[in-house]
Design a protein around this ligand. Structure first.
Ligand SMILES: Cc1cc2nc3c(=O)[nH]c(=O)nc-3n(C[C@H](O)[C@H](O)[C@H](O)COP(=O)(O)O)c2cc1C
Length: 437
C-alpha cells in the first residue's frame, strides 16, 4: 500500500523536515522578529518530572568551604550537586511586589525556565529536579559512550561528565505564543553559558556541543520529540571544587529599574571583555556575534551606538543619535527601563551566514550562542557591581537600524546596564551570603 508522505505544516517550528533555512526564515519573519504578544496571566508549564523513577536527594545547601586567600567572599562547592544547584537550582528567595518567588542563578525569559538539565556519569543517567534539589535516576547504565557517539564532533578525550540541556517545547508558549521557541533557544544558551562558566572555574575543560541529530540524542534520554528537544550538550572532564565567585551568587535582574546616573567607560569595557571571550563550542560561527553598545550615560563615551572591535576591544562609533530608550516600543516597560539605564548592549548575529552550512538548525544555534553571551554579560555586570536586565522585548527593526549598514546583521538580545535602583528587590540568598559577613 502506498502511503502519502506527511505534508509539512508551513509554519511549524521546529520544522518537521530540514529545509535548508527556508522554514527558519519563515518562522523568524512571522514570529521570531516581531514583538511577542505576552499574556502575563498565562502560567508556565509545570517543570518536568518522571513519576515512578527513583529519586536521589542531594544535600542542600551544598558545603561552602571558603577559598583561601580571596579578597572577595567566595564559595567552594564540592561535587556535582553543587554544580547543579549553581546551574539551575533554587539559590535565593525574592520578595517581589506580588509574591515571594524562588530565585535561580540564571535568568529566563519571563521566568518560564523551559530548560531541563540531565546528567550522565559512570553512575548512570539522571534528571535534575531544581525545586527539590534531587536527581531522578533514569538509568543506572553508563550511557556516556552512546551519547558521545551521537555528537558530530565528539571531544578528543572521553568525557567524565556530560550535561544535556533540553527545552520543553510548550513551556512558555501560553505566555509568549510561537515567539516562545526563540526564547527557548536563548534560555538554553543562558544555561549552557552558566555550565561553561562553572565547569571552566573548576578546571574541567568543558566544551559545548550543538551539532548532533537531536532526535537520536532525545531517544537515548527517552524524550518525546513533540514535547522536548536536546538543545546543547556540555562535555567535561572531572571537575575540581566549584568556586563560584560572589557575583555568581549575586546575579539577578534589576527588576526595580536603574538610577539614572552615569557609569564609567572602563567598567563597561571590562563587562564587554568578559562577554566576548571565545566560547568553547564544537563549531565556529561563520560570522561572529558582534557586540554593540548604545550609550546614554557612560562617562568617557559619546552617546549613540558603537560597535565593539573584536580585535582591539575598542568601541567604534556607528550611529550618533541612537538611545537605549529608542530600542523599545513606546509606552512599554522597556522604554522606561531603557531611559533609566546607562547603556544597552546589543548581542547581534547573522542568520543568513549560517543557513547554507547548518540549515534550519542554525536558527537555534545562533540564538543559543547569544544566550551564552547574555549569561556572561549578566555575570560580568554583577562582578562590576552593576545592575543588568536581559531583554527580548526590543523593537527589532528599530534596534537593527542603529547597527549601521551590515546587510543581514540583526539584534538577538539586548542587555540594559546601569546602577540598580535603590536596594532593588529584597532577596535572601540560600547558598551562603555573597557579601561581607
Ligand atoms: C532570553 C531572556 C529574555 C528576557 N527578556 C526580558 C524582557 O523582555 N523583559 C524583562 O523585563 N525581563 C526579561 N528577561 C528577564 C527575566 O524576566 C528574568 O530573568 C526572570 O524573571 C528571572 O529573574 P532573575 O533574572 O532576577 O533571576 C529575560 C531573560 C532572558 C534570559
Amino acid at each position: 500500500m502506498r502511503t502519502t508522505p506527511a505534508v509539512p505544516v508551513p509554519d511549524a517550528y521546529p520544522p518537521p523536515v530540514e529545509t535548508g533555512g527556508a522554514a527558519a526564515r519563515r518562522y523568524h519573519a512571522r514570529h521570531g522578529s516581531v514583538l511577542p504578544a505576552i499574556d502575563p496571566a498565562a502560567g508556565s508549564a509545570a517543570p518536568k518530572h518522571h513519576p515512578g523513577t527513583p529519586v536521589l536527594p542531594l544535600p542542600f545547601p551544598p558545603a561552602f568551604p571558603a577559598a583561601p586567600g580571596d579578597e572577595e567572599p567566595t564559595a567552594a562547592v564540592e561535587g556535582l550537586g553543587g554544580l547543579l544547584a549553581l546551574l539551575n537550582g533554587v539559590t535565593r528567595v525574592d520578595w517581589t511586589g506580588a509574591a515571594v518567588a524562588a530565585g535561580r542563578p540564571v535568568p529566563s525569559g519571563g521566568g518560564s525556565y523551559p530548560g531541563e538539565v540531565y546528567l550522565a556519569t559512570a553512575a548512570g543517567l539522571c534528571h535534575y529536579l531544581p525545586s527539590a534539589h534531587a536527581l531522578e535516576l533514569l538509568s543506572p547504565a553508563d550511557l556516556r559512550a552512546d551519547l558521545v557517539r551521537t555528537l558530530d564532533r565528539p571531544p578528543l578525550d572521553h568525557p567524565e561528565s556530560i550535561l544535556l540541556i533540553t527545552s520543553r517545547l510548550d513551556a512558555n508558549l501560553a505566555r509568549y505564543g510561537p515567539f516562545g521557541h526563540r526564547l527557548q533557544a536563548l534560555d538554553t544558551g543562558v544555561l549552557t553559558g552558566q555550565a561553561l562558566s562553572l565547569l571552566e572555574s573548576a578546571g574541567a575543560a568543558p566544551v559545548a556541543h550543538a551539532l548532533f541529530p537531536d532526535e537520536e540524542l532525545g531517544r537515548l534520554l527517552g524524550l518525546d520529540p513533540a514535547a522536548e528537544r536536546v538543545h546543547a550538550v556540555v562535555t567535561a572532564q572531572t571537575p575540581g571544587a566549584f568556586t563560584p565567585s560572589a557575583p555568581l551568587l549575586r546575579r539577578r535582574t534589576a527588576r526595580s529599574g536603574f538610577e539614572p546616573v552615569p557609569m564609567a567607560l572602563p567598567v563597561l569595557l571590562s563587562v564587554l571583555e568578559g562577554a566576548a571571550a571565545p566560547i568553547p563550542m564544537d563549531h565556529a560561527a561563520p560570522v561572529d556575534c558582534a557586540l554593540y553598545v548604545v550609550a546614554h550615560r557612560v562617562t568617557g563615551l559619546e552617546p549613540g551606538c558603537h560597535r565593539r572591535d573584536g580585535r582591539t576591544g575598542q568601541l567604534i562609533p556607528v550611529t550618533g543619535d541612537a538611545t537605549p530608550r529608542g530600542l523599545f516600543p513606546p509606552n512599554g516597560p522597556g522604554e522606561l527601563a531603557g531611559f533609566e539605564a546607562a547603556c544597552a548592549v546589543l548581542v547581534t548575529g547573522d542568520y543568513e551566514s549560517g543557513y547554507p552550512g547548518h540549515g534550519d538548525r542554525w536558527y537555534r544555534r545562533l540564538n543559543l550562542r547569544a544566550g551564552v553571551i547574555g549569561q556572561r554579560i549578566g555575570l560580568a555586570a554583577a562582578a562590576a557591581g552593576l545592575g543588568a536586565g536581559l531583554r527580548c522585548d526590543v523593537d527589532t527593526p528599530a534596534a537593527d537600524a542603529v547597527l549601521g549598514t551590515h546587510p543581514h546583521r540583526t539584534t538577538l538580545l539586548a542587555v540594559l546596564l546601569g546602577q540598580e535602583r535603590g536596594s532593588g528587590t529584597p532577596s535572601f540568598p540560600l547558598l551562603g551570603a555573597p557579601g561581607p559577613p
